[in-house]
Ligand binder design. Structure first.
Ligand code: FAD
Ligand code: MG
Length: 348
């Protein structure tokens, strides 16, 4: 782990649209298509280079298909939609095993594996606590310890049973519910990028509000340059990275949070304590082979902090950078070799 210290002059709390984003190039190639749409409560951006010899419309049609795939995944995994597969499971799985699709079973099983790997820091059964803290955000009032304990009693990946052969999901405790908010945007980025690649696109970025997969390179020549935004200062880049055929995902406390009693409460919950994560870890960025894995690890790192970097090193092809608040300054910690491996530079 390499600690890097840097001071901040003024602490400004701002609304930030995305925590990681594509850095502009001086000269964009003529054949780069850029499209944005609102999906999953976030701005989704797809950029793709038009392969040589292709009509532009052919690549545009594929980008439309990629957005359609993201929309399909939202329809399956959203807890904001009452007719989604996940909402169906949440309504029925405390009573009896609920039959679902192979896709849902497979992703839930991947999540369970990462719950074990992170000792419960990443846990999709966190929904009862997410609901409690969402209400707290509306009221700007921290929940009582008894309310936290009551919600936490309905949380625990050990009580979530998946039968891959029967394709069923079952809750061993009444009142349990799933929330795949910490993984499904990464999963969707992977699926959309895989769809583009399978149809002949070699260079593209799919970015769901900071959950991105970077396919190939920028205009077929240079590596994609990704900026990690400074957590508190508008317009300032903390770090720039170069990546190719990798996912880059950031989780942090700067988009969805509330402040009560002078303290910041993030939308990320420590499922083991029932509490929203504190003011300590500001953000975690994970680079991995796929965005679903990076998404799970980034959420877990926000809970685990610096100690979680050892766990990231155990995942093949994964690296991470954590930003931690330290008084009036921020510190960054990375997995070993991070700066060299991604040609990372501080600032732009
Ligand atoms: P991440 O760190 O990746 O995820 C944090 C989210 O995961 C939390 O918001 C919570 O839902 C959950 N979580 C919290 N703690 C943990 C933990 N320890 N382990 C596992 N999970 C945890 N937002 C809207 O406002 N409107 C919508 O209609 C909407 N639809 C969505 C549909 C889908 C399919 C998805 C995936 C998300 C949707 N969202 C929507 C956004 C969602 O509510 C979350 O806020 C968002 O996924 C947070 O993602 P993130 O990358 O910022 O943070
Ligand atoms: Mg996540």
């Amino acid at each position: 782990m390499i600690p890097v210290r840097f001071p901040i002059a003024i602490l400004i709390i701002i609304f930030i649209i995305a925590s990681v984003f594509i850095l502009a190039r001086a000269a964009a190639p003529a054949q780069l298509i850029e499209r944005t749409r609102l999906c999953m409560g976030t701005m989704v951006e797809i950029r793709a280079g038009v392969p040589s010899g292709w009509q532009r419309q052919r690549a545009e049609a594929l980008i439309d298909k990629a957005f359609a795939e993201i929309g399909r995944i939202e329809g399956v995994f959203s807890v904001f939609k009452t007719d989604s597969e996940i909402s169906k499971i949440n309504a029925l799985a405390s009573d009896a095993p609920v039959e679902t699709t192979g896709e849902v079973c497979a992703l839930v099983e991947r999540c369970l594996a990462y719950s074990k790997k992170t000792n419960g820091a990443f846990d999709i059964t966190v929904k009862p606590l997410v609901g409690l803290w969402d209400r707290a955000k509306e009221l700007k009032d921290v929940p009582s310890e008894s309310a936290i304990s009551a919600a936490a009693a309905k949380v625990g990946f050990r009580y979530l049973k998946v039968d891959a052969a029967d394709k069923t999901v079952y809750f061993q405790r009444q009142g349990m519910a799933l929330d795949l908010g910490g993984v499904a945007k990464g999963y969707a980025a992977d699926r959309a990028a895989a769809m583009l690649m399978a149809n002949g696109i070699r260079d593209a970025i799919v970015n769901l509000g900071g959950n991105m997969y970077c396919l190939g390179s920028y205009s077929g020549r240079e590596m994609w340059r990704i900026g990690i935004r400074h957590p508190r200062e508008r317009g300032k880049i903390l770090m720039a990275l170069k990546v190719k055929d990798k996912a880059v995902v950031t989780s942090g406390d700067y988009e969805r949070y509330f402040i009560a009693g002078g303290r910041r409460y993030s939308h990320i919950i420590d499922p083991r304590t029932g509490h929203s994560i504190g003011d300590d870890i500001v953000s975690a960025t994970v680079i991995a082979k796929d965005a679903a894995t990076a998404d799970m690890l980034a959420t877990a790192l926000c809970v685990l902090g610096r100690e979680g970097l050892d766990m990231v090193k155990d995942v093949e092809g994964a690296d991470a950078v954590i930003i931690r608040k330290n008084g009036n300054s921020f510190e960054t910690f990375t997995t070993g070799g991070f700066m060299e491996r991604y040609g990372a530079t501080q600032g732009q």
